[in-house]
Design a protein around this ligand. Structure first.
Ligand code: DAH
Length: 347
């Protein structure tokens, strides 16, 4: 076989094999077979020296032409295969922008926080400042300065959590109500007038039931100044009840007893479920108890640094859980600290 025939055959074979090449890997293998150092064209090139000087240029030109043609075929197919591979990748990674997104689970404020903030907003509009007081409290502030007699049953170990202290140190308790904040606020502001609400956690050593938890939350209110009367208390609480429970909400005062107020009252709101007719919620009475209140006892005013001959004040205290339970019809106080998302996500 002449060298030209060899070239012819190599070219023919290479081009025919190229038609079956389907991927880049096979293409590279094809290139090294036909255009590589041990391929048929290289072999012909190596024997060029055996030809006569007349023949050499013709064969040389032919070699170059074949090489060029194969290289060109290679380049073209390489381009096409690369483009096809890219198209396949794009097809696989296709993003369907019309698919609905996955919802982001957003957190939310706990119902107690929501309710506390609503109470703060309502009293804030009436000129009350939010003031926070300590949860670990001197027994003296929690009871004594609030005019609890030394043998009052609330001071009993059965109702109060005492904090371990050295025998000669004054007794310390977890506050059983937010009322000790009244003394702190008065001592901070006297003899200036004061108008604050004091929200926070309280603790009582109680049997946990549908109605009572060992940890609960209250909002205390206190206003001290000159010429403050029971009518101010009533107007303030009526305005609160209307904003909290709706424009129809009416309140009533019932006489009661607390050591730190005189007179003391319990405040009811007209049952918003039955409108006062009497139902299961209000147990037929038409009224729901919402808080305790009264005029600050002269002894407490004095303990706070005010002269009761010149100053008077009112105070009130409400349970945040109770407010939320009434408002949303929650029947078990234990839901609040249960951590149960099925409950919490409803609010
Ligand atoms: N401290 C009382 C309690 O925990 C609630 C209370 C009643 C607060 C009357 C007051 C008040 O400020 O005037 O039961």
């Amino acid at each position: 076989m002449s060298m030209l025939q060899q070239l012819e055959q190599a070219e023919h074979q290479a081009l025919s094999e190229l038609r079956d090449v389907r991927d880049l890997e096979a293409l590279r293998a094809w290139k090294s077979t036909y255009l590589g150092k041990s391929g048929p064209i290289a072999e012909v090139s190596r024997s060029l020296g055996r030809l006569s000087p007349e023949e050499r240029p013709r064969v040389g030109q032919r070699i170059n032409a074949v090489k060029q043609q194969l290289q060109q075929a290679y380049d073209e197919l390489e381009q096409r295969l690369i483009a096809a591979a890219r198209a396949r990748e794009l097809e696989q990674d296709r993003v369907d922008v019309s698919l609905p997104g996955r919802p982001v689970v957003a957190g939310r404020l706990h119902l107690l926080t929501q309710t506390q903030r609503e109470i703060e907003r309502i009293f804030g509009q009436m000129g009350f400042t939010v003031w926070e007081s300590r949860e670990v409290e001197l027994d003296e502030y929690n009871f004594g300065l609030l005019n609890f007699p030394p043998d009052h049953p609330a001071r009993d170990l059965q109702d109060t959590f005492f904090v371990a202290t050295p025998p000669d140190a004054p007794p310390v308790v977890l506050r059983t109500h937010t009322s000790p904040g009244q003394i702190h606020a008065m001592r901070r502001f006297a003899p200036e007038p004061v108008r604050v609400i004091l929200p926070g956690k309280c603790y009582r050593n109680e049997q946990v039931t549908v109605r009572s938890e060992m940890q609960f939350s209250q909002v205390e209110g206190l206003a001290v100044g000159q010429n403050i009367t029971m009518a101010d208390l009533k107007g303030t609480l009526a305005a609160f009840a209307q904003q909290m429970f709706g424009a129809e909400a009416a309140i009533r005062f019932r006489p009661s007893y607390f050591p730190f107020t005189e007179p003391s009252v319990e405040v009811d709101v007209r049952c918003f479920l039955c409108g006062g007719q009497g139902c299961r919620l209000c147990k037929g009475s038409g009224w729901l108890e919402i808080l305790g209140a009264g005029m600050v006892h002269p002894t407490v005013l004095r303990n706070g640094g005010y002269d009761p001959a010149q100053f008077s004040g009112f105070a009130f205290g409400m349970g945040i859980e109770r407010m939320a339970m009434l408002k949303y019809g929650i029947d078990d106080i234990r839901w609040f600290l249960s951590g149960d998302l099925r409950f919490l996500e409803q609010f």
